[in-house]
Design a protein around this ligand. Structure first.
Ligand code: FMN
Length: 318
């Protein structure tokens, strides 16, 4: 039977274009709990971990999640046990997935990103990692907490620093923040720094106020909006990068489209806009069957049209 769903991210062949979006499936544990029928992992092309940092992080004060009518706001604050714990206790679970693994990395300085990348690659267990996804949406402590991703010079520097530290076999994916005026500027900076792949988008800044206490609902005041509300934003940003950046248009720098995907039709839209694969996050909190359902719907659509998904990449462009 033809595999309509196969895609390529540089030289890496994925059996499906569906990926987990970082932070929404833990480091393996959350999928392991829900994976009863074997169908979630079978639907995925790769697994993207929650953000890992050099040191353990407790995360932000509560509340960390607020529901909105068309998505959620989160301000988790990158809570995790740190890279040493990840290497010693968590990475081995990922071997059982039999999927390419992309480790999402976060740091509060350029040097921190370099150290973290070097540490990850210096261990034997790193053999199972296919790539690192650099989260440039995290706050730059030296610049008063503004996201690194809003400063193209720093984006380029982070990507260069990470590239220098790692085995060239590993793919470097730069995950962009949508909280900028023109996403193509940090995207081009990441390409200048040597990124292999772009992923977009991270969450959109937002907030909620409790009308009883008259105070911001999230402990951190500001959070990141995700879910169906942001799909048109993510879709436009993928479209814009594919349209304006020659390396994206030619397929040299593939794009992983993320933001608000909850149905197979959303995936088709992202692929037509120029994505080679997609990440799915918030909708998985609402519907634990979402990967299987999307995989099934998409396969039926492609088989009906007798077209492999890879032939649809960027076809919304003239
Ligand atoms: C609870 C939560 C935690 C997240 N943690 C991370 C993270 O650690 N690193 C990262 O790059 N993005 C993180 N994200 C952003 C998602 O990976 C994704 O880019 C965003 O949620 C948009 O996709 P969605 O609408 O499908 O959820 C997180 C999102 C949520 C909702």
């Amino acid at each position: 039977m033809k595999n309509w769903m196969q895609v390529k991210i540089k030289d890496l062949i994925l059996k499906s274009p569906l990926l987990t979006a970082s932070g929404t499936s833990g480091h393996a544990n959350e999928i392991e709990v829900l994976e009863k029928s074997g169908q979630i992992l079978a639907s995925l092309g790769a697994f993207v971990t929650k953000g890992v940092t050099l040191e353990p992080k407790e995360g932000n004060p509560e509340f960390r999640i607020a529901e909105t009518r068309t998505g959620i706001l989160n301000s988790i604050g990158l809570q995790n046990e740190g890279v040493e714990f990840f290497i010693q206790n968590e990475i081995q679970h990922l071997v059982n997935f039999d999927l390419p693994v992309f480790v999402n990395i976060s740091a509060d300085s350029v040097e921190g990103f370099g150290k973290l990348a070097a540490y990850l690659c210096s261990h034997d267990s790193a053999q199972i990692i296919s790539g690192l996804e650099i989260n440039v949406s995290c706050p730059n402590i030296k610049k008063g907490g503004a996201a690194f991703g809003t400063d193209p010079k720093i984006v380029e520097k982070i990507v260069k620093t990470v590239k220098k530290q790692i085995d060239p076999r590993l793919l470097v994916i730069t995950k962009l923040t949508p909280n900028v005026t023109d996403i193509t500027i940090p995207a081009q900076a990441a390409i200048a720094g040597g990124t292999d792949v772009l992923s977009m988008i991270n969450t959109v800044r937002g907030m909620a106020i409790d009308i009883n206490t008259r105070k911001p609902l999230l402990g951190n005041t500001i959070g990141g909006l995700s879910g169906p509300a942001i799909k048109p934003v993510g879709l436009f940003m993928v479209y814009d990068c594919f349209r304006s950046i020659p390396e994206c248009r030619s397929g040299k720098i593939p794009i992983i489209g993320i933001g608000g995907i909850s149905r197979w039709q959303d995936v088709v839209e992202y692929i037509l806009a120029g994505a080679s694969a997609v990440g799915i996050g918030t909708s998985w909190f609402v519907n634990p069957d979402v990967f299987r359902e999307i995989h099934q719907g998409l396969t039926a659509y492609l088989a009906g049209k007798k077209i492999p998904i890879s032939d649809l990449i960027g076809k919304a462009h003239g």
